[in-house]
Write a protein that binds this ligand. Structure first.
Ligand SMILES: *Cc1c(COP(=O)(O)O)cnc(C)c1O
Length: 370
C-alpha cells in the first residue's frame, strides 16, 4: 500500500478564482501566472483547466516549452525574458512573449532584427518603479522604448509593465509611489500596460491595466497580510492530505520526537501522521501549528521529521489509525499554517515535493497524475 500523503487539486476552484480576477477588472486580459510548476499545483493540468485565461506567465523557457508540447496555444509570457541570445530561435519557434529588462536583451533583439526575422516577438518592456529587482529605470525607459520600437524583431508596439513590491500591505506608501512613477511614462506611448499582480487586482484599482497578472489568488490564497482567501471569495485549490499511521498512549513527562523538544504535560494520546519535510511540510513549523484530524484542529507537537509529524490528540480520544488528516486546504487555510510556520502560502505550495502525488478533481470528475 502507498503512503497516504497526496495533494488534491480542485480545478473547478481554480476556475472560480480566475473568474474573481476577471470580475475585479472587467475588460482586462488576465494572464494566469503558473511559474514554479503552477505554484506547486502542476504546470500542465493547471494550464489545461484555465481555458478562460487570456495567456500564461512562467519564469523559464523549459516550462513554456512543456506547455506548448502539451498543446497549450494561448500566449505565454517569459517573466524574466531570455538569458542568452541563443534561446531566441526556440522562443520564436514557440511564439513566446518575452519580458525585456536588461540592455543585453535589447542588443540581442537589435542583432536579430538586423539578421532578418520572419515572425516578430511580443515584448514587454519592464520598468523598475521602485522594487529594484528587474527593469529599466523610469529615466532610461523612453530610450529603450525607442530602440525596441525600431526593432523589426519586436511586435509593435511593445507593452509596458512594472511589478509592485508592497501591494500586499494596504498601509504601505510604496504602492502609490510606484504607480505614480509608472503613470508618468504613459502619455508618451500608446502601449498596452500591465502592473497588477493578485494584490493589485483585488486591492489597488490604480494598478489595473490592459493586462493583469494574477498568481496566488488563482490558488485560493489572499494576497493581503493577515487574512485568508475566503474574505476575498476565493476557494482553496490544493488540499494536502494524509492520515494517522500510529497512535501512542503517552505518559506524563514522555518526550515526543527528535531532540526531545516536547514533553507530555499529562497522560495523553499522541498521533503520528504520514507527512514530513521530505514531502514539503515545513520543517520549522513549531509545536502548536494547526493540523486537521477528522475535521478537528489539533496542535502539532515535537519536531517535524522527514516522513512524519506527531499531533496532540487530547481533543480526539477516539481517533484511530487510518483517520483522515488535512495539513492545509479545505477547512484549514494555507495562510493560517503559513503564519504558524513563519512563512507564506506561496512557499508552502512551491515546497510540496515531487514524491507527493497530485490528484486532480473537477466537480464529480477525478483523476490522478504524477
Ligand atoms: C509571480 C509574479 C506575479 C504574480 O504574483 P502574485 O502575487 O502571485 O499574484 C505577477 N507578476 C510577476 C512579474 C511575477 O513575478
Amino acid at each position: 500500500m502507498n503512503r497516504a500523503v497526496h495533494a488534491v487539486i480542485d480545478l473547478a476552484a481554480l476556475r472560480h478564482n480566475l473568474k474573481r480576477a476577471r470580475t475585479a477588472n472587467a475588460g482586462a486580459k488576465q494572464y494566469a501566472v503558473i511559474k514554479a510548476d503552477g505554484y506547486g499545483h502542476g504546470l500542465v493540468p493547471v494550464a489545461r483547466a484555465m481555458t478562460e485565461a487570456d495567456g500564461f506567465a512562467v519564469a523559464s523557457l523549459e516550462e513554456a516549452v512543456l506547455l506548448r508540447e502539451a498543446g497549450i496555444t494561448p500566449p505565454i509570457l517569459l517573466l524574466e525574458g531570455f538569458f542568452q541570445a541563443d534561446e531566441l530561435p526556440l522562443i520564436q519557434h514557440h511564439q513566446l512573449a518575452i519580458v525585456v529588462h536588461h540592455v543585453a536583451q535589447v542588443d540581442a533583439l537589435e542583432a536579430l532584427s538586423a539578421s532578418g526575422v520572419e515572425t516578430p516577438l511580443p515584448v514587454w518592456l519592464k520598468v523598475d518603479t521602485g522594487m529594484h529587482r528587474l527593469g529599466f529605470s523610469v529615466e532610461e525607459t523612453p530610450l529603450i522604448w525607442d530602440r525596441l520600437s525600431a526593432c523589426a524583431a519586436v511586435v509593435q508596439s511593445p507593452r509596458l509593465m512594472t511589478h509592485l513590491a508592497c501591494a500586499d500591505d494596504f498601509q504601505h506608501p510604496a504602492t502609490l509611489e510606484q504607480l505614480a512613477r509608472f503613470n508618468k511614462l504613459l502619455p508618451e506611448t500608446d502601449a498596452e500596460c500591465s502592473v497588477a499582480n493578485s494584490a493589485g487586482i483585488l486591492g489597488w484599482m490604480g494598478s489595473h491595466g490592459d493586462i493583469d497578472r494574477p498568481g496566488i489568488m488563482l490558488y485560493g490564497v489572499s494576497p493581503f497580510i493577515g487574512e485568508t482567501g475566503a474574505k476575498r471569495h476565493l476557494l482553496p485549490v490544493m488540499t494536502l492530505r494524509s492520515e494517522l499511521i500510529a497512535l501512542n498512549a503517552c505518559r506524563e513527562g514522555d518526550a515526543v520526537g527528535y531532540g526531545a523538544t516536547w514533553y507530555c504535560p499529562e497522560d495523553m494520546p499522541v498521533g503520528v501522521v504520514a507527512i514530513g519535510y521530505g514531502d514539503g511540510y515545513p520543517r520549522h513549523a513549531p509545536a502548536g501549528t494547526p493540523v486537521l484530524v477528522n475535521g478537528v484542529e489539533v496542535p502539532l507537537i515535537g519536531r517535524v521529521s522527514m516522513d512524519m509529524i506527531c499531533v496532540d490528540l487530547r481533543k480526539l480520544p477516539n481517533a484511530k489509525v487510518g483517520d483522515a488528516v488535512i495539513l492545509w486546504g479545505e477547512g484549514l487555510p494555507a495562510e493560517t499554517v503559513a503564519v504558524a510556520a513563519s512563512t507564506i502560502a506561496y512557499d508552502l505550495f512551491c515546497g510540496v515535493a515531487g514524491r507527493v502525488p497530485r490528484q486532480y478533481v473537477d466537480g464529480e470528475d477525478q483523476h490522478g497524475e504524477g
